[in-house]
Design a binder for this molecule. Structure first.
Ligand code: PMP
Length: 350
């Protein structure tokens, strides 16, 4: 703390991202990155524009990418918002749509950035407990609120809420914005974007960091009613006119256009997940049903922190949250078949 700080800065509790180790030999199953690279067409498109044009600012509206996203999902361009990763999109969502003086609702076990944004934007929240099976109970969200947000599939559980249940949530909260954070939807769920034309209170966020393997490029998006998008644009244009650089616009557009590569790499991750779940269950783990590119697992006889430390010694890193209710779980990102086998071997005979 310093006398130069704006006073509220000392009250912030910043988000702590998963470790990005300097040791390159480690097998990283800790931050839900995609084990396969981005589309070769995305790489080629970015290489092709690495030239003197970088002296020029990018298009502040990223129209090329907006058009590609709109075409992909069958929506209009004014229903699409873009940001520097979905974290930035979410930051603008909290600022533009959740500051109503009533508590924001989200699950007690969900993306740990949500309470951080509440702290940054001075938003009161009510963390709603998942049920005993770690599932979202839609009925629990039918109470006065200033907005609702949840990841679907949820993080770090990986559990999917069926689209009918999402629709129920929208119907029972017609006066609140309901944000469905679909960072992991492409690994086993059906997007709610198809509902945006019927529910003006629905906003869906997605990222290119996971299923399109571009975490390093930082591109995220939101789709919803033009009125919601306009609020986000107003905040964005009061903050940073150019959140997406020239490479990001071109690379992300090419990634969206390469549907074949996207579908085949998602399927490889899904197939590896099925294999890994069976291997861990054979070792006695309880694994929550996952529709994501990670699994959430606990062992009835072995302490999770101990297992994470043991794996690290074997060169494999996974994520462990020192948090109530989930302190005995490990969150394990799905790697290549070789990475997953190293994890299974690293656990040894339990
Ligand atoms: N939402 C959820 C649920 C996430 O797990 C993540 C990844 N940490 C994000 C959003 C943000 O991803 P990005 O900023 O890379 O788009």
């Amino acid at each position: 703390m310093s006398k130069f700080w704006s006073p509220f800065v000392s009250t912030l509790v910043p988000y702590v991202p998963g470790e990005q180790p300097k040791l390159t030999k480690l097998i990283k199953l800790n931050t839900n990155e995609n084990p396969y690279g981005p589309s070769p067409k995305a790489i080629a498109a970015m290489r092709a524009i690495l030239n003197d044009d970088l002296r020029l600012y990018p298009d502040p509206n990223s129209d090329l990418l907006k058009q590609a996203v709109a075409a992909y999902y069958g929506v209009q361009r004014n229903q699409v918002f873009l940001g520097n990763g979905s974290d930035e999109v979410l930051a603008h969502v909290f600022n533009a749509l959740f500051r109503h003086g009533r508590p924001l609702l989200f699950p007690d076990i969900s993306y740990s950035f949500y309470p951080v944004y509440c702290g940054l934007y001075d938003i009161e929240f009510d963390a709603i407990a998942l049920d005993e099976q770690f599932q979202i109970r839609v009925e629990d969200y039918a109470k006065p609120n200033g907005g609702i947000i949840f990841p679907n599939p949820n993080a770090p559980t990986g559990c999917l809420l069926a689209l009918e249940a999402v629709e129920q949530m929208l119907k029972s909260n017609p006066d609140s914005v309901v944000v469905v954070d679909e960072a992991y939807i492409d690994f086993g769920g059906e997007t709610a974007i198809g509902l945006v034309d019927r529910y003006p209170n629905l906003l869906v966020t997605q990222t290119l960091s996971k299923s399109r393997s571009l975490a390093g490029l930082r591109v995220g998006l939101a789709v919803g009613h033009p009125d919601l998008i306009e609020a986000l644009e107003r905040v964005k244009n009061s903050f940073n006119s150019y959140p997406l650089d020239r490479l990001a616009i071109v690379g992300a557009t090419a990634a969206f256009e390469d549907r074949e590569y996207f579908e085949s790499t998602c399927q490889r991750v899904i197939d590896s997940r099925d294999v890994l779940v069976k291997q861990l269950e054979a070792k006695g783990f309880e694994v929550l049903p996952s529709a994501a590119n990670f699994i959430f697992a606990r062992h009835p006889q072995h302490d999770a922190a101990g297992l994470a430390a043991k794996l690290r010694e074997q060169g494999v890193i996974v994520r462990h949250f020192k948090q109530e209710r989930i302190a005995q779980f490990l969150r394990i990102s799905i790697g290549t078949p070789e990475h997953n086998q190293a994890l299974v071997d690293g656990l040894g005979d339990l």
